[in-house]
Design a protein around this ligand. Structure first.
Ligand code: HEC
Ligand code: HEC
Length: 262
């Protein structure tokens, strides 16, 4: 009797352990993957692939390659790293089961990924500290980095950046010489010409509450503003995904430079 029951358990457990759970895949897909690939695998942007109706085996293989880093994409590497083997099978089965898309189909951005709470910091030129500059030769841009007092003080004290911290990056085109090469100033950096945008991150209590864990950067929100200070529509999921692996550095790539600011 006992042996028969045991055999029954084994027989049932084996197929169950390997069968993909489409419902579990859906639950994760609609909160996390939907931000970029759409809830049914029809993506939100040209730069993001549709997943609907692709073969489950292909999707799972790509997720494993993105998880172990043999396929490189900063955002997807950060997301796939958090998926278990079962998550991968479930998600692959879910997206494979969705109807295929027409070329013109596009999903909308998720409201919680569009609605950033970061306000434009009106007075930042007077109140923030400029702590870093970077040349970008490929795009012929130069970026200037500014942080507020809460961010600066915490970084200098070696503490995590607290609620109230804010970082602003000014993105400028570089002035070009007659050969269209960026002109380098006395400080070694490209000479800025036109301001293109302000790229910002800020945090306050509650700002991370509606962001799923796989994307959440504690309480940070991200925003991009025009030179006139108007918010641009962005997909915050992209910012969150790329900055996510920096959880030990307050999600800030230039934390060392911030701590060393004069
Ligand atoms: C922040 C945006 C973003 C989120 C969120 C996101 N992805 Fe992606 N995903 C991308 C981008 C961009 C690519 C294309 C990567 C490349 O160019 O190699 C991609 C590629 C993929 C691919 C490879 C597709 C192919 O045709 O080769 C798979 C599979 C995938 N994502 C699955 C997922 C799953 C599952 C989730 C949710 C757990 C997810 N992604 C969440 C942005 C995202
Ligand atoms: C592909 C990865 C990636 C994506 C996507 C991304 N960032 Fe970043 N971010 C970086 C890197 C790398 C740096 C370091 C400086 C640099 O290389 O520009 C950075 C720096 C920053 C900084 C300065 C503070 C710091 O972390 O050093 C801000 C502010 C910022 N990003 C905002 C944004 C916003 C807003 C978005 C979304 C619209 C975004 N980022 C999307 C990779 C990314």
């Amino acid at each position: 009797m006992r042996r028969a029951a045991l055999r029954l358990v084994v027989l049932m457990a084996v197929p169950l352990a390997h069968a993909a759970d489409i419902e579990a895949g859906r639950a994760r897909a609609v909160t996390v993957c939907a931000a970029c690939h759409g809830a049914t695998g029809i993506s939100v942007a040209e730069s993001i692939p549709n997943l609907a109706a692709q073969r489950a085996g292909y999707l799972a293989a790509q997720l494993r390659a993105l998880k172990d880093g043999t396929r490189k994409n900063a955002m997807m590497n950060a997301i796939a790293a958090q998926l278990s083997a079962a998550d991968i099978d479930n998600l692959a089965a879910y997206f494979a089961a969705q109807p295929g898309a027409q070329a013109s189909d596009k999903s909308g951005l998720l409201p919680n990924m569009k609605a950033t709470r970061v306000p434009f910091p009106q007075e930042f030129r007077n109140t923030f500290t400029r702590y870093h500059t970077m040349n970008f030769p490929a795009t012929k841009q130069v970026r200037q980095f500014y942080a507020n007092k809460a961010a600066l003080q915490a970084a200098k004290a070696g503490k995590p950046l607290p609620d109230g911290a804010m970082v602003v990056v000014e993105v400028h085109t570089a002035r070009l010489d007659l050969d269209d090469k960026p002109i380098v100033g006395a400080d070694g950096f490209f000479v800025p010409e036109h301001l293109l945008a302000y790229s910002t991150m800020g945090r306050a209590a509650g700002w991370g509450a509606d962001i799923p864990d796989m994307l959440r950067n504690e309480n940070w929100n991200y925003a991009v503003f025009t030179p006139e200070g108007k918010p641009r529509t962005i997909n915050q999921a992209e910012c969150l995904a790329c900055h996510k692996p920096l959880d030990k550095a307050s999600f800030v790539f230039t934390l060392k430079e911030l701590a060393g600011a004069k």
